[in-house]
Structures are given as structure tokens and as C-alpha cells.
Design a protein around this ligand. Structure first.
Ligand code: SAM
Length: 231
């Protein structure tokens, strides 16, 4: 199994000999890779979609890995019992959905040691949830695939504190490690914000004016982060 750069970066964060739950596994590539490369002892691949799960069941059967990869149909952590897994992967979903999955089945979520989360959007809201709910963000990764950036968060239960508001959106871990993609990632956010500002210029409502001011403030903060990256 050859993984894409995004999935490989996720798999590289999985602890050796782990028992993993891959929520929303879809194609089942992560479970297969983790077992074939002897990273995990067992993986439970789950999905809310019957169609996705049937695909995985066939795929796992074809590889003869049914004894090591369990497949379950269900919503988030409802199909995982407390203490059944030590490592959780939730990748390729929105940050708010990831947050809701963690929050909905607290007994299971509280029994997990390692959390590998890859939000497609709303990474800021996900970091806010983690930091306000006794998680410590240990490591982060940034991957670029086909001109899109993917943030990957590795967290454990614990405490952490962010010095600046902007660090909920731009990871201080990536900043302090001077991640090679970080500058262009922040620049892409500036470009996107400027594009929205241009669109707002023709609209004369209180809401658009508020958003205009907010985006200009955000651009200043992004520019300060770029100065930090370059220092
Ligand atoms: C875009 S795919 C991501 C697949 C894979 N995790 C990846 O990162 O490449 C999202 C998958 O999550 C599943 N999904 C969405 N909400 C879910 C939920 N609440 N519980 C379990 N699976 C869910 C979808 O059915 C879909 O297969």
C-alpha cells in the first residue's frame, strides 16, 4: 500500500504497536498501511457510510487482513468501546465534525491516549476545542498536495497554553520549528483574505463592513507571523 503524502504524514505519527481506531476510514488505506508495515497491532476502521464500509470489507478480505482490521458501521465513536483503542485517527473531515465526534462519546474519547486529527477546514476551532478541553498539542505537520495545504494535529490529554490568539489559526509548533511550508501557507491565507476584501468592497452593509475590518486585522496578524518566521 503506497500512501499519499497527507496519509503518510498521518501514519508517521501513529505510535508503534498501537491499537488504532480510524474513524471515517472510507478507502481503508490507513488501516491497511498500519498493519502491513507492522506499525499497529490492530486497527478498527469505521465509517458512517454503508457504501464506504462495504468497499473496505471487500478490500480487507482481498488482502487477507480480516483478523487484524476490524470494520464497523456507525457514527463517530459510538462503535468503539471505552479502552478498546489507544490511538484515534480522524482525518479528512471538518474541524467542527471532529470536535463533535470527540465530544459526543466522552467515556471512549477520555480512554484514548494518542489523537491524530486532520481537519479539512476549521482547524482554528478544533485547536480551541482541544486547548479548552484538557488536550495538549504535542506535534503538528503541514503537507501540501495538489496546491492544497493539510494541517495534521497530534495531541494527548494534558494542558497547553497559546500565547497569542493568532496561534489558534497558525500553529506555534510549526512556527517554532520553522516548518518549510509555513510561510507559503500563511501567504496563501493573506491572498485568500485579500480576495474576500475585494469582494466586500462593493457591499455596503453593517455585516460586510465588520468583516472588512476583521479581515484587515487578520492580514496584519498574518504579516506579523511572517516576520516571526523570517526572524
Ligand atoms: C473525505 S473522507 C476521508 C477518508 C479518510 N479518512 C481520509 O482522510 O482520506 C470522510 C469519510 O468520513 C466519513 N464520515 C463522515 N462523518 C462521519 C461520522 N460521523 N462517523 C464516521 N464516519 C464519518 C464519510 O462517510 C467518509 O467516508
Amino acid at each position: 500500500m503506497k500512501l499519499s503524502d497527507r496519509l503518510l504524514a498521518i501514519a508517521n505519527l501513529v505510535p508503534k504497536n498501537s491499537i488504532v481506531g480510524d474513524i471515517g476510514t472510507d478507502h481503508g488505506h490507513i488501516p491497511t498501511y498500519l498493519i502491513e508495515n507492522k506499525i499497529s497491532k490492530k486497527v478498527i476502521g469505521t465509517d458512517i457510510s454503508k457504501g464506504s464500509l462495504e468497499k473496505i470489507i471487500e478490500y480487507v478480505k482481498g488482502l487477507g487482513l480480516e483478523d487484524k482490521i476490524d470494520t464497523r458501521l456507525g457514527d463517530g465513536l459510538e462503535v468503539i468501546k471505552p479502552y478498546e483503542i489507544d490511538t484515534l485517527i480522524i482525518a479528512g473531515m471538518g474541524g467542527l465534525l471532529i470536535r463533535d465526534i470527540l465530544e459526543k462519546h466522552k467515556e471512549t474519547s477520555d480512554s484514548i491516549i494518542d489523537f491524530i486529527l486532520q481537519p479539512m477546514v476549521a482547524s482554528k476551532e478544533l485547536r480551541e476545542y482541544l486547548i479548552n478541553n484538557n488536550f495538549e498539542i504535542i506535534k503538528e505537520e503541514l503537507v501540501k498536495e495538489e496546491n492544497k495545504y493539510y494541517e495534521i494535529i497530534y495531541a494527548k490529554k494534558g494542558k497547553c497554553f497559546l500565547e497569542k490568539e493568532i496561534y489558534y489559526e497558525i500553529s506555534p509548533i510549526l512556527l517554532h520549528s520553522k516548518h518549510p511550508l509555513l510561510k507559503e501557507f500563511v501567504e496563501s491565507k493573506i491572498i485568500a483574505s485579500k480576495k474576500i476584501i475585494k469582494e466586500l468592497e462593493g457591499i455596503n452593509t453593517a455585516k460586510s463592513k465588520e468583516r472588512y475590518v476583521e479581515l484587515n486585522r487578520l492580514i496584519k496578524e498574518y504579516e506579523e507571523v511572517i516576520v516571526e518566521i523570517e526572524s
